[in-house]
Design a binder for this molecule. Structure first.
Ligand code: NAP
Ligand code: MG
Length: 404
């Protein structure tokens, strides 16, 4: 075998918790460090060390990501009441993903990994559909009230010059009821549009966007207008040069077209649409363990991870010394995605090549019938074999080493 592939800029490595932390080390030992002279700046986001540093490590890791431009993250525990006791926490630390997303002002793109033998519930989806969710505002930052019969609800805005604009929402003469105030920021919508359109260029895929602009003539229509303006002024030429397109339609029409489509595009969604549709789409593709996730900031910073959590139940089995069959595919693809991006940015074609081969070897392994328990249950291959967590990585390495 040739010399190990050299890296020039470090990758920001964010370690995590439970079963995925175990897989993390095995992936590095079995599939990465034998081939790559891995250069990372390591941040331990495992809950113990977050507690020890009073969560400073999470903020530091996000700042490092801003500095270097590419990060790879392991799944981490978001503490709840049960974790407070389990880990002796002094505070219910916030979700690291939420903290990192806020610092990078990023958009999350989720893409399923397709393999032969696992057919999506929508069999015509032969290519992945990537969902991007606008993670700011709307109903997630709402103000709501219950109002008594006889109330009159009004929308009141104090303008910069001190004058006021007022509109009636509803006059509750005949019944009590409910009202809700929503907002979004043009800057946030613009950032979201850029993140989506950049990612489309990255993947060389069309970008779809949809709202209910016919009903919501100012709120939703502004989303539509901002996307169109950003596309026309900053992306149109680049899209045309790459033979891809930006496509806008009504949300109901979009849903109907998505079902009829073959996949192979990025679907940009408003916050609520993205919340709901990402669960539908990921379920339809078969397995949460086969879903990758990338956080992309408007200025082109990337953080790669698996979409699933720390697989706690498997970890407790592992701790008891029992065998586990945990699917590492999404975590492997987080590494390959990050290494490929690092290779592209630093012009290291061997690294890009290695990342592509790692993905190919992983898919080949499953298509050869060697898989973890979650896929074994749903794969339609005739000759399939369930292997344990480590055997799966070793089976991938057999194929990878033959390619290198
Ligand atoms: P989870 O870890 O995704 O696991 C839910 C269930 O899905 C597992 O019990 C397992 O089912 C199956 N599963 C998920 N990933 C799998 C894989 N790679 N291989 C095989 N099966 C897999 O979600 P959770 O149990 O709700 O959350 C556990 C912890 O993860 C929580 O502390 C949560 O805060 C955290 N979390 C972190 C992130 C993140 O860092 N991005 C995201 C979500 C959740 P079976 O047990 O039936 O085999
Ligand atoms: Mg949801």
């Amino acid at each position: 075998m040739a010399d190990k592939i050299k890296m020039t800029t470090p990758l920001v490595e964010m370690d995590g918790d439970e079963m995925t932390r175990i897989l993390w080390q095995w992936i590095k030992d079995i599939l990465i460090t034998p081939y790559v002279d891995l250069k990372t700046e390591y941040y331990d986001l495992g809950l113990e060390y977050r507690e020890k540093t009073q969560d400073k490590v999470t903020f530091d890791s996000a700042e490092a990501t801003k500095k270097y431009g590419v990060a790879v993250k392991c799944a981490t525990i978001t503490p709840n009441q049960a974790r407070m006791g389990e880990y002796n926490l002094t505070q219910m630390w916030k979700s690291p993903n939420g903290t990192i997303r806020a610092i990078l002002d990023g958009t999350v793109f989720r893409t399923p990994i397709l393999v032969k033998g696992v057919t999506p519930y929508i069999p015509t989806w032969t290519k992945p559909i990537t969902i991007a969710r606008h993670a700011y505002g709307d109903v997630y930052k709402n103000t709501e009230m219950k109002v008594a019969k006889g109330s009159k609800a009004e929308l009141l805005v104090t303008n910069p010059d001190g004058t006021q604009t007022k509109e009636t929402i509803y006059d509750f003469k005949d019944s009590d009821g409910i009202i809700q105030g929503l907002h979004n920021k043009s800057d946030s919508i613009r950032g979201f549009a850029r993140a989506c359109l950049n990612y489309g260029l990255d993947l060389k895929q069309d970008v779809w966007f949809a709202t209910k602009d016919t009903i919501s003539k100012k709120y939703d229509h502004t989303f539509k207008d901002i996307f169109q303006e950003v596309y026309d002024t900053e992306y149109k030429e680049k899209y045309e040069a790459n033979g891809i397109e930006y496509f806008y339609t009504l949300i109901d029409d979009a849903v109907a077209r998505v079902i009829r489509s073959n996949g192979g595009y990025i679907w940009a969604c408003k916050n609520y649409d993205g919340d709901v549709m990402s669960d539908m789409v990921s379920t339809a593709y078969g397995s949460l363990a086969m879903m990758t996730s990338v956080l992309v900031s408007p200025d082109g910073i990337y953080e790669y991870e698996a979409a699933h959590g720390t697989v706690q139940r498997h970890y407790y089995k592992y701790l008891k010394g029992e065998e586990t069959s945990t699917n590492s595919v999404a975590t492997i693809f987080a590494w390959s995605g990050a290494l490929r991006k690092r290779g592209e940015l630093d012009n290291i074609s061997e690294l890009v090549d290695y990342a592509n081969k790692l993905e190919k070897a992983t898919i080949q392994t499953i298509e050869d019938g060697v898989m973890t328990g979650d896929l074994y249950l749903i794969s339609k291959l005739e000759n399939k074999k369930k292997v344990n967590s480590k055997e799966f990585l070793e089976a991938i390495n057999e194929r990878l080493s033959a390619m290198m």
